[in-house]
Design a protein around this ligand. Structure first.
Ligand SMILES: C[S@@+](CC[C@H](N)C(=O)[O-])C[C@H]1O[C@@H](n2cnc3c(N)ncnc32)[C@H](O)[C@@H]1O
Length: 799
């Protein structure tokens, strides 16, 4: 058979849509087997005419034709590029079309702004608190680095919905509690795509290491900073660690598991190499700032605290008496001021104010007339611990905010089910504060002074330390922990005692480098705190009054003589406060009578009249207006939140606490309304008999964690004697650590039948039996006495 002529015309078969060197033969043998010769030849003729036309004019496209298809410059550019690649010609392209487009020369779709945020801005954030870096670099990064990454194929990524990435995302988000986990996952998704574009797999550990090294070189060539490269490596290590050790890989694929373990070592080595470069970058950046920022001094950094203090104390003073409510602008002044204390006086990163949680506040440690607060900062791929020591006065301010002001934000925003509420500082919307740098700037603007950033405050503190001895420098560096490198170097020194010493050194530095005007004169101090201390005096006087005249539903307001005996100056305020407190009690009492459904005003009025109160009488209209369903148990447990919390054991609004004489206990971190589900008693459900057996066998110290109950005659027990349950092995659950009180319980256990995956389960829920204030210990009546509990003769003082 003669070889095909390489230059002969290929003709298109209109039936199978393929080109053929010998179209007539193809038609007779395949697509037109049953057709006559004439029919075949007419199709061939038409195919030849089409081919001729294409050769003559079919390769030409005018730019207008392209524009008729799409006027989006990006689409047009890609279309033109593709046509040209296929040897077509596009004519009449306007001369400014090339230069006016900012679309990179690639067929990949451009990433969204959200994608762009994912890597570099965080890299900047983790170098220091440097708010200014972010703004400056982000713009540049969006163009040059992105284009470079795209050109090198570093920007494409696998979908986060793939099992490997999804599991990892869930681990970061749910188990590690990282909010910005997506960035971490995307870093990995990009690497996996680079290693194998066909799909994500762990097989990259078996590929030659050179490819990963090349990947790192490509990142470098795309001008990503070392810090970002380290973040990529950290993400990758964490991802691999998760799949190597947290899953069943060892059983399922021991060979792959062994490769993963080796690869982890390899990654660690790469990370160490990269980290060394990071400190050089940081030094360079800091040097740049030092040489470019306009001169400011330590007094400048603290000036805003001094100027805003008077207003701050006035607001703080207003939270007494108990019922007074603040305006949101006043509340925010307190939030800004306290953040400013952390950032300017304690020279902490903005992230510390942002990340601080209620739990961390509760866990503060008293150290010699100070308290030390530790804050874990969740960063992209690491967790840093910041510590700072507050004076007693500062502690009092923070506590007033926590116990009196923060609950008001939550109340006003109806945020009782907001999972984010556990952050210490809240915005006016009741959500965690978003950007402490902005809050700081607002405070400066309010007092008309030049803004000082956290970065400047920290830099000045360091500069002021230059002349100090090395030990002091190290302690203060530790207090500031301005970078990972410093943190790693000094972590071993981070003890509450050292933190306090550093604080005292800082006090002397801040006082020493300030001129006299920085020091408050006694007169200033007195002026600034007048309103605060006056209110505190009233508070103390009121407490005294209550000792002899406790607020009661039916009691009479204490006489003027009794009030004057305590404080002539405040007697009128005492009168008003007492009446207000009694009114609150009465309103609650009336509301409790009508907790199930909204009553009519007439019914409420009738009931109030029946009480025979002579004065200080709640108005029925007010009661009807204030009425809220406390919610039956059925309603409460039908809520998604409760069902989710039963399964996840992530109850919010609660914290563990050391309680004198009781070991551990559970306290609230927000207010709870009567009828609210607080948490459940979590453990293993067993029969009563089994429960008794376990009770017999375990040590006496573990015996208090068995909850016996009945469901329709069926005797059961929740066994929680083990500190960690099988289903949540890493968690301490709340229910089992709630202590007993017969006289002052604030929650009640209630049985609820809960259906999960079609199976009915008995759950014991704790329901608030009264309003529970923030920071109160949860207590329920165990329903036992000394005899019934564990027998006579035992040391059970608490029962
Ligand atoms: C369910 S546990 C409560 C958590 C417990 N306090 C802990 O630290 O693990 C029950 C045990 O707590 C202690 N407890 C409970 N209520 C108490 C109280 N009012 N005073 C002192 N100890 C109490 C008793 O030792 C009891 O056996």
């Amino acid at each position: 058979m003669a070889p095909y002529d390489a230059n002969r015309h290929y003709l298109l078969c209109p039936l199978c849509k393929k080109t053929h060197a010998m179209l007539p033969k193809h038609l007779r043998r395949a697509c037109m087997k049953k057709a006559s010769d004439d029919e075949v030849m007419s199709v061939v003729k038409k195919a030849k005419e089409d081919a001729h036309e294409i050769l003559q004019s079919g390769r030409m496209f005018s730019f207008d034709v392209i524009r008729g298809i799409s006027d989006d410059p990006s689409t047009m550019r890609r279309l033109i590029k593709e046509l040209e690649r296929r040897h077509m010609v596009v004519t009449d392209i306007p001369s400014n079309f090339e230069s006016s487009s900012v679309i990179p020369q690639t067929v990949q779709p451009p990433p969204t702004a959200a994608d762009v945020q994912m890597t570099e801005p965080d890299e900047v954030e983790s170098v220091s608190s440097g708010e200014t870096f972010q703004c400056e670099t982000q713009q540049g990064w969006q163009t040059e680095n992105r284009q470079l990454m795209m050109q090198k194929g570093l920007y494409q990524k696998h979908s986060r919905d793939h099992k490997l990435l999804k599991e990892y995302a869930t681990f970061l988000h749910k188990d590690k509690g990282l909010d910005n986990y997506r960035q971490d996952v995307d870093n990995v998704a990009r690497y996996l795509h680079y290693m194998d574009p066909s799909g994500p797999s762990l097989r990259f550990v078996m590929q030659p290491r050179d490819k990963t090294k090349q990947y790192l070189r490509d990142l470098q060539e795309a001008k990503l900073k070392k810090r970002t490269q380290v973040n990529y490596l950290k993400s990758l290590r964490r991802f691999l660690y998760f799949h190597t050790y947290d899953a069943d890989l060892k059983q399922e694929d021991p060979v792959l598991h062994a490769h993963c373990v080796d690869f982890l070592d390899f990654l660690k080595l790469q990370q160490t190499k990269c980290s060394k470069q990071v400190s050089k970058e940081i030094t360079r950046k800091r040097h740049e700032i030092l040489t470019t920022t306009a001169e400011i001094t330590t007094p400048d950094t603290l000036a805003v605290l001094k100027l805003a203090k008077k207003d701050f104390l006035t607001v703080i003073g207003k939270v007494f008496p108990e019922e007074s409510s603040l305006q949101m602008s006043e509340i925010m002044h307190v939030v800004y001021y306290l953040q400013a204390i952390i950032i300017l006086k304690h020279a902490q990163r903005v992230g510390v104010a942002k990340s601080m949680t209620v739990e961390e506040w509760m866990a503060r440690k008293p150290v010699k007339e100070h308290c030390v607060v530790g804050v874990k900062e969740h960063k992209t791929a690491a967790q840093e611990v910041a510590m700072f020591a507050l004076t007693q006065e500062e502690e009092m301010w923070f506590d007033i905010y926590y116990t009196r002001i923060r609950p008001q934000i939550l109340r006003s925003k109806g945020c009782k089910e907001d999972l984010d509420q556990e952050k210490f500082f809240l915005s006016s919307r009741g959500t965690p504060i978003y950007n402490p740098s902005n809050d700081l700037a607002r405070l400066h603007t309010k007092y008309g002074i030049k803004p000082v950033s956290s970065q400047e405050a920290r830099r000045l503190t360091e500069t002021a330390m230059k002349t100090r001895v090395d030990v002091d420098k190290a302690l203060v560096a530790d207090y500031l922990t301005h970078s990972n490198a410093t943190a790693e170097k000094h972590y071993r020194m981070k003890t509450p005692a050292n933190i306090l010493t550093a604080r005292l050194i800082l006090d002397s530095v801040q006082a020493g480098s300030s001129n006299d005007s920085e020091q408050e004169t006694p007169c200033d101090e007195a002026r600034a705190s007048t309103s605060g201390s006056t209110q505190m005096d009233v508070h103390a006087a009121f407490d005294k009054l209550l000792q002899d005249h406790p607020i009661s539903l039916d009691g009479e307001v204490p006489s003027k003589a009794a009030r004057t005996a305590i404080s002539e100056k405040h007697q009128r305020q005492l009168y008003e406060r007492w009446l207000k407190a009694q009114m609150k009690l009465r309103v609650q009492h009336v509301l409790d009578q009508f907790s199930r459904r909204l009553p009519t005003e007439a019914r409420v009025q009738a009931w109030i009249t029946s009480k025979g109160w002579k004065s200080n009488i709640p108005r029925a209209s007010m009661i009807v207006q204030d009425w809220k369903p406390t919610g039956s148990l059925e309603d409460a447990v039908r809520s998604d939140r409760v069902v989710k919390c039963i399964k996840s054991q992530k109850w919010t609004g609660l914290a563990f606490s050391e309680i004198e004489g009781k070991n551990r206990g559970v306290v609230t971190t927000r207010d709870f309304l009567p009828g609210e589900v607080v948490c459940d008693y979590h453990g293993k459900l067993v029969s009563h008999r089994k429960g008794e057996e376990i009770h017999r066998d375990i040590q006496l110290s573990e015996s208090g964690y068995m909850f016996f109950f009945k469901n329709k005659g069926k005797a059961l027990c929740i066994d929680a004697h083990e500190e960690h349950c099988e289903c949540h092995p890493e968690k301490l659950t709340f229910g089992r650590l709630i202590n007993h009180s017969r006289k002052h319980p604030n929650i009640k256990p209630r049985l609820y039948i809960f259906t999960s995956d079609g199976v009915e389960k008995e759950v014991i829920l704790f329901i608030a039996s009264q309003k529970i204030r923030v920071n109160e210990e949860l207590l329920f009546d165990y329903g036992v006495n000394r005899k019934s509990y564990c027998g006579e003769g035992l040391d059970l003082d608490w029962l």
